[in-house]
Ligand binder design. Structure first.
Ligand SMILES: *[C@@H]1O[C@H](CO)[C@@H](O)[C@H](O)[C@H]1NC(C)=O
Ligand SMILES: *[C@@H]1O[C@H](CO)[C@@H](O)[C@H](O)[C@H]1NC(C)=O
Ligand SMILES: *[C@@H]1O[C@H](CO)[C@@H](O)[C@H](O)[C@H]1NC(C)=O
Length: 360
């Protein structure tokens, strides 16, 4: 088909042919992968993608620049999906496809490991792990089925506050378990108000320090509705105007899951949603669209998410169920299944290295 186009040579005809494909593609049914094989077709695909994602560009120059990024990413995704051998997950050309890694760096690098904060070391503040003696854990857990997980949220490209989303999700979950209320709580309160020693709003942070903030203030967070997310550092802490959520717990402490121990993590996640840090530097993570993610990844922890369950897939692969904060249109409706019980003690992508959860 592409050959046909080039031989015809007429740019007018090419244009109308591309329009025709575009029309087909908008109706989806005719839009097969093969149609997208060549450069000319990538232009159409880019335009279709722009429409789908409501993307516009300032001028032709930006469009060309974006198109080149888009093309490379389409090729990356296509090459990955083509070679299915041994792979347990697929990628898709999602909303990140026209962005450079530099542009979305905050979204991918919001986790800062807690070093000595200058106050007390984390091991002094955290209480001992309470689930060490748990013996019977279910073979699978999905906290969504218990109504303990709020809808998937979206931190946006430019604000590195995964730590706020990860910690808030654990508190929303604990609150449901303790009070039966599922109340979406405010990440923006943490971004604006937790200026303690180590959390820096959109410039990164860590769930443990977020828990410290909440414990020190001795009140629950504001609701998401009363203190909505802005995807930027607000500068001003508005807790005077945003009252603590009625019906929400005040956390009294937090505990760390013993490091490098997936069994301990299993015991914790069987009992409540847990905040976990993972290394997501790989391109594959960005375009993950479904299945059980099996790497590549290292252990350079860069992003924090919430483990809201675990299980075993149909082909027998064990996984952790992770709630991400990149919107519903990433992964499996905003979630990822990440391989569990790997030989490395750190867990895949370092998931067992820095897990933590709140207590009340
Ligand atoms: C676990 O069991 C041991 C032995 O019975 C006991 O000493 C320890 O305090 C228990 N730990 C927790 C966290 O309950
Ligand atoms: C936290 O607030 C509650 C209720 O206002 C109060 O009973 C409790 O003593 C406070 N705890 C601390 C550690 O200040
Ligand atoms: C780990 O991540 C940090 C922050 O992105 C980066 O500066 C550093 O080079 C990374 N280290 C390795 C070994 O990849």
């Amino acid at each position: 088909m592409a050959l046909l186009i080039t031989n015809q040579g007429h740019s007018l005809r090419l244009a109308s042919f591309l329009m025709l494909i575009l029309a087909f593609c908008s109706s989806k049914a005719f839009c097969s992968r093969q149609l997208y094989g060549d450069n000319e077709i990538t232009v159409v695909r880019h335009e279709e993608w722009m429409a789908q994602h409501g993307r516009t560009y300032n001028d032709a120059q930006e469009k060309e620049m974006r198109h080149n990024i888009f093309k490379n990413n389409v090729e990356f995704v296509k090459a990955f999906n083509k070679n299915k051998k041994g792979k347990k997950y697929t990628l898709s050309v999602n909303k990140f496809a026209d962005k450079t890694n530099e542009e979305i760096r905050p979204m991918r690098n919001g986790y800062k490991r807690k070093q000595r904060s200058g106050l007390m070391s984390d091991s002094l503040i955290a209480s001992p792990f309470r689930y060490g003696n748990v013996s019977n854990v279910p073979s699978s857990v999905d906290w969504r089925l218990s109504g303990a997980v709020t809808a998937v949220k979206n931190q946006g490209y430019e604000c590195g506050c995964c730590w706020a989303f990860a910690s808030v999700a654990t508190i929303e979950g604990l609150n449901k378990l303790k009070t039966r209320n599922l109340i979406p709580l405010s990440e923006q309160e943490l971004v604006d108000c937790d200026t303690s020693s180590y959390n820096h709003g959109c410039n990164g942070g860590n769930s443990k320090v977020a828990y410290d903030y909440m414990i020190n203030r001795n009140r629950s967070l504001a609701t998401e509705d009363n203190y909505p997310y802005q995807a930027k550092d607000g500068g001003i802490c508005k807790t005077a105007s945003a009252a603590p959520a009625a019906g929400a717990i005040t956390i009294t402490g937090y505990e760390n899951v013993p490091a490098n121990n997936e069994d301990a993590l299993l015991k914790a996640v069987a009992n409540q949603p847990v905040s976990v840090a993972v290394d997501i530097d790989a391109e594959e993570f960005k375009y993950y669209s479904g299945g059980v993610y099996t790497g590549p990844c290292g252990t350079n922890l860069s992003h924090e998410v919430t483990a809201v369950g675990y299980g075993t897939s149909n082909d027998g692969t064990k996984y952790w169920l992770l709630k991400n904060s990149w919107g519903k249109d990433w992964g499996e409706g905003g979630y990822m299944r990440l391989q569990r019980d790997v030989p490395a003690k750190e867990g895949l992508c370092g998931i067992a290295m820095e897990a933590t959860y709140p207590t009340a």
